[in-house]
Unconditional design. Structure first.
Length: 77
């Protein structure tokens, strides 16, 4: 019975040692990859969003121009 408890205790100690000695540089690589991924994603969002914003602005200008032309046509009648 004591041998079983000693074996379980030794196994738990070894597992804790493995976890404590894990390679932290892998975490750094992941964070660098995550940072790069976030930067690329941000650039992609901006490259998609900019033309959409410009198209919305052009639509607003067109709508304003159309409204002014229609008002001028009503006043001319």
């Amino acid at each position: 019975m004591i041998k079983i408890i000693e074996g379980i205790f030794l196994t738990i100690v070894l597992l804790f040692m493995l976890v404590a000695c894990s390679d932290s540089s892998e975490k750094d690589k992941k964070s660098a990859i995550d940072k790069t991924t976030e930067k690329i994603a941000s650039e992609v969002v901006n490259s998609i969003k900019t033309p959409i914003d410009k198209a919305k602005m052009a639509q607003k200008l067109t709508d304003d121009h159309t409204r002014r032309v229609e008002e001028a046509a009503k006043q001319a009648e």
